[in-house]
Design a protein around this ligand. Structure first.
Ligand code: ZN
Ligand code: ZN
Length: 763
């Protein structure tokens, strides 16, 4: 007999919602705990099975923390501006908001059907004017602080989407969204000076607890390098070329200097004989993206300019070349080449038949002194291109007046609401569709009252997600983005979990945004997230990425309908180590459902007495689950819950008290089943309202043995188990071992157990 998951799931979801048990309280007597998951983009496809992996994990932590007496904030919302809704609008002529609202309703229903303990009273939506009013207000803070500025930029341009793209939206020279090769186009863009914060964004990584691989990504993206600027005089001219180098100590080995083709000196110094070749090469580089130019694997190209410079360290005359691998906007747009010490310079020398010389190194300091150079720090990080010529984004709240230039829209006129348009396409010259609405564009200057024109660019979809965690603290405040008291109560976020794909940009932008607001006195902490973790992707059964085109996408609705919410939740926690990618396995889903049926049946085994083994196992389980949740070891926690149920089944009885204690550690994983059993046993209220159990230390003493775990005869791990552990329990624990799980993905062909010694899986 299996339990009726449809009625059980629906019943408890309604009761939780009616009782508001998961709403965070403005109650400072309890210690706060702010748990955050990345809010989703509500796509038309609905929830993906990847979403519940992150949400279930944090839901488990949230439920445990509440039972430990913490005041928990665990909110949810929608990152709802974005191109898919806009493309839908272009195709159908419908307002993108209609599509977005429908998708949000689907997502909300799906999330609620999984029983997540989100505080729905604080739901936010980045496309809601009451929300983006504050995104606009924050942009104006940047503007007033001089950090938002307009610049003529050679931007990445997608000729299909007719849209400027940020560097990070260009993947291998192609548009991230449509795959069209990206071109360069000069356009006046709003920029935000994130580079002013580069040093602090780097240094403050020491003050937060991020997964080491996430910290490393942040460091690499900021890309700080120390070096020196050195001037090389152009032979027979009053001009000089300034190079940036991270290796001034190699100055004696310089054999040539390379300028970016767009460097302004190129036209001035090229010799008459070489001018034709130089012009031709410069023209050929124009269509290439920075990424193509920086590709280390491509054949090196370049031409010599016919000019020479003097090495200031030894007065040697070396030739000047131009080559596309040097970028005009990085460093000084000029580098000195030392093939003796640099692989790229060596490859270029070999391709161009340039000499390679063997010269001694000098100290750092000595090189800088000898060449009258200047020590210098440089970053890979560029300022943030903040303009988009699209409809479905926050309007940039500025107007342009002939007299006053760019003027901020006064706060009492915010939000600048997106007007209704007839067509959603960007114009042919790449202006936003807003530019064609005269009633929107033509306005009065707030400063002089004269005629003025509104900015028609909108913000990138990174804007709303750069501060959403602040809004959750006080989601319905009409006077401020959040009150000082609410921010002081909740910030910083204690644990933030999300995908590895967001650990560069979103994380960097939101850290920067928060730091800026901190400097303006609007938020209480300089860093927004105390701890940042990441979950591994869920792959399809064959180990490839799930995709609609391959038809291998698993729909969470189907699993919930067929097996219940708790099955999907527990399966996603059991399928493998949390931070690793794992393949989907339908048999595994069924196995988890069987476990839940078995767990339900424990209520039929209630007795006045229980075997000492059951009592002992209960206390071991409390310790294991407590530790595993803290360490994000959810798969081993589920294995332990399964072992406990097996022991009860084997021994045939359990006391009501023990079972009710067990339900308190089961509830974070399987909240519907745990509450149903609790009620069947006569428990009052919700299991979530009980205290988290504490193990009796005297019950934990046990003789243990170490067991070797082999896969196909190769040692893949060791586990420590009780000397009287059942064979089934040992096998379950062996499979849950992090390393072993990588090798035993499907059901093993054969499992060999040598008691007290080893387990060998044949796969
Ligand atoms: Zn595109
Ligand atoms: Zn004016």
């Amino acid at each position: 007999m299996s339990y009726d998951h449809k009625s059980v799931d629906g019943k408890w979801q309604k009761r939780w919602m009616d009782a508001g048990v998961f709403e965070a309280k403005e109650d400072s007597s309890k210690e706060k705990c702010y748990l955050l998951v990345e809010f989703p983009y509500p796509s038309g496809d609905g929830l993906h099975v990847g979403h519940p992996r992150s949400y279930t994990a944090m839901d488990i932590v949230a439920r445990k923390k509440r039972m430990e007496g913490k005041n928990v904030l665990f909110p949810m919302g929608w990152d709802a501006f974005g191109l898919p809704a806009e493309n839908y609008a272009i195709k159908t002529g419908n307002h993108p908001g209609t599509f977005t609202e429908k998708n949000i309703n689907t997502f909300r229903r799906q999330l609620q059907s999984l029983g997540f303990s989100f505080d729905w009273s604080r739901e936010v939506n980045t496309t809601d004017p009451a929300y983006y009013k504050w995104t606009q207000w924050m942009f104006l803070e940047f503007f007033k602080a001089g950090l938002a500025y307009k610049a003529e930029m050679a931007i990445n341009w997608c000729p299909k989407d007719l849209c400027g793209l940020a560097n990070e939206e260009v993947i291998a020279g192609k548009c991230e969204r449509c795959g069209t090769p990206v071109e360069k186009k000069l356009k006046s863009q709003w920029m935000i000076a994130i580079t002013k914060y580069a040093d602090r964004l780097l240094a403050d990584l020491d003050t937060v607890d991020y997964l080491p691989k996430i910290k490393k990504q942040q460091e690499e993206w900021i890309g700080r390098s120390e070096g020196a600027e050195i001037d090389f005089a152009v032979d027979g001219s009053s001009e000089k070329i300034t190079v940036f180098t991270t290796r001034p100590d190699t100055i004696f080995g310089v054999t040539y200097v390379v300028l970016a083709p767009e460097h302004p000196l190129v036209v001035l110094i090229a010799s008459d004989e070489q001018r034709g070749a130089v012009d031709e090469y410069t023209a050929s580089v124009k269509s290439k993206t920075d990424i193509e130019r920086g590709d280390e694997t491509k054949t090196k190209t370049g031409v010599c300019t016919g000019a020479y410079v003097i090495n200031p360290a030894n007065d040697e005359k070396v030739p000047v070349w131009i080559a596309d691998y040097v970028l005009g906007h990085y460093g000084t747009g000029a580098v000195m080449a030392v093939p003796q010490h640099d692989d790229r310079d060596r490859a270029f020398s070999e391709a161009m038949n340039l000499p390679i010389v063997d010269r001694p190194l000098v100290s750092f300091d000595e090189a800088v002194e000898k060449t009258s150079g200047r020590k210098k720090v440089q970053y890979k990080l560029r300022d943030w291109v903040f303009s988009r010529q699209r409809y479905w984004g926050e309007p940039i709240p500025l107007v342009h007046c002939e007299v006053d230039g760019w003027v901020a829209v006064p706060i009492e006129q915010l939000p600048v609401v997106l007007p209704v348009v007839e067509k959603y396409q960007p114009s042919e010259n790449g202006e936003s569709p807003l530019a064609s609405i005269d009633s929107f564009v033509n306005t009065k200057c707030p400063q002089c009252g004269g005629a003025a024109r509104r900015e028609t660019d909108t913000m990138p979809n990174w804007a709303g997600s750069s501060w959403y965690f602040l809004r959750y603290a006080d989601a319905h405040n009409d006077n401020e983005f959040a009150s000082k008291e609410a921010l002081k109560q909740w910030m910083p976020v204690d644990i933030y979990n999300g995908g590895m794909e967001h650990t560069t940009l979103h994380l960097l932008y939101s850290r920067f945004w928060n730091k800026f607001l901190f400097d303006r006195g609007h938020v209480p902490t300089s860093e927004p997230y105390a701890r940042r973790l990441s979950h591994g992707l869920i792959m399809s059964e064959d180990g490839t990425k799930m995709s609609k085109s391959k038809g291998n996408v698993v729909n969470p609705d189907e699993i919930v309908n067929e097996h219940g919410a708790d099955t999907l939740r527990m399966y996603e926690m059991f399928m493998g180590p949390f931070s690793e990618p794992v393949p989907w396995n339908t048999n595994g889903v069924i196995g988890v459902r069987r476990f839940l049926d078995k767990a339900m049946k424990m209520t039929e085994k209630i007795s006045d007495r229980e075997d000492a083994e059951v009592t002992k196992m209960l206390h071991k389980t409390i310790v294991k689950i407590t530790d595993d949740i803290e360490g994000f070891g959810f798969n081993t926690a589920v294995a332990q819950l399964m072992m406990f149920v097996n022991v009860v089944q084997e021994k045939g009885s359990i006391t009501k008290e023990s079972l009710m204690t067990f339900l308190r550690v089961l509830v974070p994983f399987a909240p519907h089943v745990a509450n149903e059993m609790w009620e069947n046993l006569g428990g009052e209220g919700f299991v979530e309202e009980q205290e988290w159990p504490v193990a009796d230390a005297s019950m934990l003493k046990d003789d243990t043995v170490e067991i070797a775990v082999q896969v196909n005869g190769k040692l893949r791990g060791t586990i420590v188990v009780g000397s009287d552990e059942t064979e089934e329990a040992i096998v379950t624990m062996a499979r849950a071992d992090e390393n072993v799980a990588k090798y035993v993905i499907d059901e093993p062909k054969k499992t060999i157990v040598v008691k007290g010694k080893l387990v060998n899986f044949v796969v």
